[in-house]
Design a protein around this ligand. Structure first.
Ligand code: ZN
Length: 446
């Protein structure tokens, strides 16, 4: 290790889970300038200017969210839509979401990011595909800078030629806004706070020729591509009708291979899984959203067999309600256990989905989602004491996922606390909540 002193040392952890190398019971994590320098066992701690005592806690990499819609927390648990399946749910809420403007984009992102940080998330994707006003993604990035999370926005769209709803756009406007966002915000360097990706919300919402244009633009900026896919049954048939090819074939022909991840995939079959794997296209598994909308959940057995990179996503709070990756990981575990048996899927695999798997979807493998020298100092010190954890003494990762829900004592991004002692570090939570509520009431009373 570099002999210069560290600026942050997390020590005395009950257990350090690195996800990259072996666990370190009773260990420590040393960081400098926002980067992990070393992880080691008790008794070998180096000196540091700031020391965090993690006694009794489990330390994990910061959780990574591969799919979200921050704006949707303005229509959380919306009564009229709560018994809907995906299609009617979208039809009901899309006109409400069309009220999105710069102020509500900023507020929903600020509250959504605070929600994620308090639940141990340090990097999140955010797919924003309705643009009734300009500059909305920029507002979410302004909120991310204040709350302190890494935010990787997907500049989504609905092509007005395909679906003429408020917030839909013409192709020229999509390309221009995408290029501007890439030029002004996208940072492909390691440790980046913002990686922009592009894509339509779903294949029926775009004209065919835009797909290769977006791929070329993404390639020019070393950026990625994302969309909702296989969230509904029969998407290959619809893709053949609209675009003349099956869905994954269309993406590959459009230059999306090795540069994309899809959200949901809860109707993927074995052939789709094989095609996704061959194309190097990842998948964000969003079980709460799929189940609450009455759909099936993604077949992780097929995806694992094919070798698809699978990460975890919360999806938007309008469908999922909560935005807790811990709950998504636990739901993934329950589903896989029910479907595949008790020995087929453990807590560590579920935590992989929420760390290394989601990082791979976002194109951040080896950078976030693990604790090893050279990786970003993004980590969570989880409170795992009290009655809910009493008696759990043999397997810290199973403990983390089965017991709880766990509370993030500290959430650290790039070596800086965004949650300290269970409280958000950024100022203004109560004021932002008041304003957010005012807008949510106004939106939902229309
Ligand atoms: Zn989604």
């Amino acid at each position: 290790m570099d002999p210069q002193p560290l600026d942050l040392l997390i020590r005395n952890a009950g257990h350090v889970v690195t996800m990259i190398g072996p666990d370190v019971p009773g260990g420590w994590v040393g960081c400098r300038a926002g980067v992990v320098q070393a992880v080691g066992p008790a008794g070998s701690e180096p000196a540091a200017t700031e020391v965090v005592d993690a006694r009794g806690a489990i330390v994990t990499p910061g959780l990574v969210n591969a799919h979200h819609h921050l704006f949707q927390n303005l229509t959380r648990a919306h009564a009229d839509s709560s018994a809907c399946t995906l299609g009617p749910w979208l039809e009901m809420l899309r006109p409400v979401w069309a009220l999105l403007d710069r102020e509500t984009a900023y507020l929903s992102a600020w509250i959504g990011l605070a929600d994620l940080a308090l639940a141990g998330c340090t990097t999140t994707g955010d797919n924003l595909y309705l643009h009734p006003a300009p500059g909305l993604v920029e507002e979410t990035l302004r909120a991310a800078a204040e709350v302190g999370l890494r935010l990787d926005p997907t500049r989504g769209y609905i092509d007005r030629q395909r679906l003429d709803v408020r917030g839909a756009e013409d192709a020229d406007a999509v390309l221009e806004a995408s290029r501007t966002l890439l030029e002004e915000w996208h940072d492909p360097a390691p440790g980046s706070r913002c990686r922009v990706s592009l894509g339509p919300t779903a294949l029926p919402a775009t004209r065919t020729e835009l797909l290769p244009e977006l791929a070329a633009l993404a390639a020019e900026h070393d950026a990625r591509l994302s969309l909702h896919l296989f969230e509904e049954a029969g998407e290959n048939d619809r893709a053949r009708e609209v675009h003349g090819r099956g869905a994954v074939e269309l993406l590959v022909d459009s230059g999306w291979a090795d540069r994309a991840w899809i959200a949901h995939g809860n109707h993927v079959d074995a052939a789709d899984a094989a095609a996704l794997a061959a194309a190097g296209i990842g998948l964000a598994h969003c079980p709460s959203s799929n189940l609450l909308l009455g759909g099936p959940a993604a077949r992780l057995d097929l995806l694992d067999d094919a070798g698809v990179a699978v990460g975890l996503g919360t999806d938007g709070a309008a469908s999922a309600g909560t935005s807790q990756l811990w709950l998504e990981a636990r739901t993934a575990l329950l589903l896989q256990r029910q479907h595949r048996g008790a020995d087929a899927f453990g807590a560590r695999r579920a935590l992989e989905l929420a760390t290394t798997g989601a990082a791979a979807c976002l194109g951040r493998a080896g950078e976030v989602g693990g604790l090893a020298p050279g990786m970003q100092a993004d980590l969570v010190v989880w409170e795992t004491s009290g009655p809910a954890y009493a008696g759990a003494v043999t397997d810290p990762v199973e403990t983390w996922l089965r017991c709880g829900p766990p509370r993030a004592r500290h959430t650290i991004v790039g070596g800086r606390a965004v949650v300290r002692d269970g409280a958000l570090v950024a100022d203004g939570l109560d004021e932002h909540l008041d304003l957010h509520r005012k807008h949510a009431v106004a939106w939902q009373s229309r």
